[in-house]
Design a protein around this ligand. Sequence first.
Ligand SMILES: [Zn+2]
Length: 505
Amino acid sequence: MSFYITTPIYYVNAEPHLGHAYTTIAADILARHMRQRGEDVFFLTGTDEHGEPVAQAAEREGVAPRELADRNSVKFRDLVKRLGATNDFFIRTSDPEHERAVQEVVQKIHDNGHVYAGTYEGYYCPRCADFKTEAELVDGTKCPIHLIVLEREKEDNWFFKLSAFQEPLERLYAERPEWVTPQSRYNEALSFIKQGLNDVSLSRARISWGVPVPWDESQVIYVWIDALLNYYTALSYAREGEDLTERYWPARHLIGKDILKFHAVIWPAMLMAAGIEVPRSIFIHGYLLMDEHKMSKSLGNVIDPLEVMDRFGTDTLRYYLFREVNFGQDGSISAAGFETRYNAELANEYGNLASRTLAMIARYRDGLVPDASLDEQLAGDLAEVHERVREKLDAVDISGALEEIWTAVRRLNRFVQDEEPWKLAKDEGAAERLDAVLCSLAEGLRVLSVLVHPYMPDSAERLLAALGQEDLSYDGASFGARGGGAQTSKLEPLFPRIEPPAAAA
Ligand SMILES: [Zn+2]
């Protein structure tokens, strides 16, 4: 079975921020992990470019919408690169191939009898590019997200008969209890469906920056419909001369909780209406909340992802976000929290374990990992780690899998403390034991580095290279899969400690 993972496409009107980085890294961790397992992976991200907000911003600047979209899309593409994401394609909804494919699907929905002409009247938020129901409004007629006063607007447009899909959606939820996770989000989406579904606009009349409705060129397809379809259209043109739809569809989506309704209700209904299989699964993550009170001396009071990547390496950001906050829930991050975890876990527990192990192998065995039998107790404790990591990542428990890996990092540190190899080295009668300890340490480090590679690819690769073990495949991820005998080499510190700046005299 193939593994097709997506992030939401990012709206070009916003500046790239930590939230975009968060979902992109999560998808990348899953994609890298599945590639290690030899799965046929396709990882998609990109930018959402149509709609009124982009047209308005372009008008303010006196440029064409496409020019603005071109310029802003690059910022997201650059962010994706800087994060080390291994996406197989970067879709832009202004791609002509996407536009054509959107028209085809929408035409199918129309031809299958799920579209009608009507008049829409409601409170419209131009920043959301969405009408709000009365129940959603706050403080009178304000958008619940943007807190701006909304006007009541009216226009003729084409409607999608979402109401006709209430029963099919309820059946989908009943038959596939894990198609939306975590459970709380499944419940939220299902109760929204059970409240009764209203039809939704499929097109807009007043704007031109969008995909024309194929049977009515005076209207453009509503930006959300256009955007959701990216997950499906991308496969038809991501590789030149090849249609990957059969190979990879249906997708697994990763999204933030603010776009649950679109993905878990409207999107599957649209696909059913077009006769296309619904997504395999949708995982909804929470928000990262910046705790500005916990400041650090070296980073200040806010985490700027670009600064963190510049100063401490991309891996440290990738690690911290999934270590600090349980993926799926809301949680706080802080500059002080970053510094604490960096020093305590990356510098001390992982980095120092690596340096010590390599230094001892160099000093006591000329850099050659002894070919010895592995410590039995350690082997017992580490025997299942790779299986538990696999199970957790299959359930999109990215933080849980990292916790499993870290428990094993700590177990290896305890092994060093208990065995005190520097004492064994002074005792000629303990040479065999020292061989076993060094071989076990090298093997443990190797396994942990293979497992942690999706999170911290650069650091794990450097460490594996120094261990003389470059194979990243999951087949080799179990403790004992490789023996001793490898020639090690010197490794510069993976995570030099963050020292607070010297206080002014
Ligand atoms: Zn709004």
